[in-house]
Design a protein around this ligand. Structure first.
Ligand SMILES: NC(=O)c1ccc[n+]([C@@H]2O[C@H](COP(=O)([O-])OP(=O)(O)OC[C@H]3O[C@@H](n4cnc5c(N)ncnc54)[C@H](OP(=O)(O)O)[C@@H]3O)[C@@H](O)[C@H]2O)c1
Length: 243
């Protein structure tokens, strides 16, 4: 029987690619916020790959938005096999000496609070799932200093810590893992990185390229399929950071 898979932020980039990667034989619940048309395109691609697609809109910077998405899953499916907490973004670059409370709150709401609350609300549904798991998206930024992206890095660091705690607490039934992408060429960078930055990351990466969304989608698939991995964060970054 196919899996019920919820992917947050599946309208573009890594989430959209993951939806297509996981589509075959499964039901993919495509969450989006502002990008309705791209979300509909993701749904079309999922169906072309032999999956079933459903769309749900919500702003995950709010508790109400998180509850709306989980209520949609509960009402329509009554269970969940996989939750991919992918929605996120850098929002705005700022220096450590120029941090504004409102922006910091927004960055943490989008990247940390949403992933944490979505996981919490999904527990009863995941308990009814088969080989159920959560995959969180963190970032290479959690591994080393990320000047002008320090607040974002800290918000992803919170998710990294949450991943291990939740993995221990929710074992043995529910696995919780994370992927920490390096620089991936998606709409993520449209407003917060310029072509010179993308080129310098390319040059500084041992594999001499930035990543594409499929590099992360395949790592997410591995974490969903392998039922002996929990509490792990997989780095997928072309060697830009090695532990
Ligand atoms: N690309 C990279 O280099 C990179 C590196 C490290 C980590 N990551 C992480 O990977 C994840 C996916 O990013 P991406 O590269 O695929 O970027 P992306 O193409 O910009 O996708 C971001 C997704 O998050 C959703 N989102 C943004 N604001 C939202 C809000 N307020 N409420 C609900 N959803 C919202 C977007 O939905 P709408 O467009 O529909 O609003 C979109 O589907 C993020 O968590 C990001 O932090 C990316």
């Amino acid at each position: 029987m196919g899996k019920i898979i919820l992917i947050t932020g599946a309208s573009t980039g890594i989430g959209a690619e993951t939806a297509v990667e996981l589509a075959k034989g499964n039901t993919i619940i495509i969450h989006y916020n502002a990008s309705e048309k791209p979300a509909q395109e993701t749904a079309k691609k999922v169906e072309e790959k032999g999956g079933k697609a459903a769309l749900v809109q919500a702003d995950l910077r709010t508790e109400a938005g998180c509850r709306k998405v989980v209520d949609f899953v509960a009402k329509n499916y009554g269970k969940l096999d996989v939750l991919v907490n992918n929605a996120g973004g850098l929002i705005q670059r700022m220096k450590v000496g120029e941090i504004q409370w409102e922006r910091m709150a927004e960055i943490f709401a989008l990247n940390s609070f949403s992933a944490i609350l979505m996981t919490s609300l999904s527990v009863p549904l995941l308990e009814k799932g088969e080989n159920p798991c959560v995959v969180n998206l963190t970032s290479i930024a959690i591994r080393h200093g990320a000047p002008t992206a320090t607040v974002y890095a800290a918000s992803k660091g919170a998710v990294d810590v949450f991943t291990r705690g939740a993995a221990k607490e929710l074992a043995p039934k529910i696995r919780v893992n994370a992927v920490a992408p390096g620089v991936i060429e998606t709409p993520f960078h449209d407003k917060v990185s310029n072509p010179q930055m993308l080129q310098s990351w390319r040059e500084n990466t041992p594999l001499k390229k930035n990543g594409q969304a499929h590099h992360i989608a395949t790592a997410i698939k591995f974490l969903i399929e392998n039922d002996f991995v929990t509490g792990e964060t997989i780095d997928v970054n072309g060697g830009l950071y090695m532990r």
